[in-house]
Write a protein that binds this ligand. Sequence first.
Ligand SMILES: [Zn+2]
Length: 126
Amino acid sequence: MSVFTYSYKLKLTANLLNEVEYAPIKAAMSDMLAHAKEHKRRTGFILLKDQYLEVEAGKKVLALSERLSGVVLDHPLAAPCLKASQYGRICPSCDKPFRTPLAKLCAECGYTLPEGEVAGPLVDVS
Ligand SMILES: [Zn+2]
């Protein structure tokens, strides 16, 4: 189940998706990156940032991200920021998630966990 909380990476509050919910976006990302790899093989040039917006799979990533999370991303490569597994649990001081499950301090408020402790996952995504 998704969790509605703040994403410091997107700088807004969003529905962060579990692995099952994120799977369609992941598949579209894979297609987009395969297209980018094929473009490089064919032309010798990498895709420029704006060219991802013109690729069908890139458009699909943006559409799926909006439909599944409610967030209008400005670039398809930002989609992994919608995965709840990228974030740590909620900070006891500021109620925003830690930046990663391995974080030792909160990037928002500076709250520091006790020595040897890490944030742990935001949600159980198993
Ligand atoms: Zn905090």
